[in-house]
Design a protein around this ligand. Structure first.
Ligand code: FES
Length: 194
């Protein structure tokens, strides 16, 4: 199948010279990965000469990839000469770094006491079953990430589910399935009671 090609302008700093390169790239995921690592090379090149820049490199790498998988951590370690254990230690220590991809829609089930006694666990189990993922995971199509949360201060609406930080109160198992279906259809969902 013929791949769709598009032009990309790379602006690369080489010493004091700015080089502009125009390349044809495809929409192939392998090419996208290559593009991301290519961009990461430039970030590392830009910062690795300055001491103490590991965190800055990791922040930029996370902006680029969306998260910091082991492969990216190992690559940064290799290119900067910092031991992998040190890179992963920094990633684990700071909560701003994510090692798992985040879905387009983040669902959080409130597991606070009021929600728990009104069936939060059943809601969590329903979501796990329908999305076929565990808590803390993201669906392979990157559409949903499932998490739990502590009390969000809407106990009067228990059980509560947050969908992209919108509060959905009295969200029974049927209600959360409707939320998933709506997001799958690309519908915009507002906070409401179910
Ligand atoms: S316990 Fe769920 S909102 Fe308070």
């Amino acid at each position: 199948m013929e791949q769709e090609l598009e032009k990309r302008l790379d602006i690369i700093e080489k010493g004091n010279i700015t080089v502009r390169e125009t390349k044809e790239i495809s929409n192939d995921p392998a090419d996208e990965k290559e593009r991301l690592f290519h961009a990461l090379d430039h970030i590392i090149e830009q910062y690795s000469h300055e001491p103490g820049q590991l965190i800055r490199i990791l922040i930029k790498a996370q902006d680029l990839f969306g998260y910091l998988p082991e492969e990216v951590q190992a690559y940064i370690a290799l290119k900067t000469g910092v031991p992998v254990s040190e890179v992963s230690g920094v990633v684990t220590f700071y909560s701003l770094f994510k090692t798992e991809p985040k879905g387009k829609n983040v669902l959080k089930v409130c597991m606070g006491t009021a929600c728990y006694v009104k069936g939060a666990q059943e809601i969590m189990d329903t979501l796990k079953e329908h999305l076929k993922i565990d808590e803390g995971e993201t669906t392979p199509d990157q559409l949903f990430t499932l998490n739990s949360t502590r009390c969000v201060g809407a106990c009067g609406l228990a059980p509560v589910v947050l969908a992209n930080d919108q509060v959905h109160g009295e969200a029974g198992a049927a209600g959360v399935i409707k939320i998933i279906q709506a997001y799958r259809k690309g519908e915009n969902i507002e906070s409401k009671k179910h």
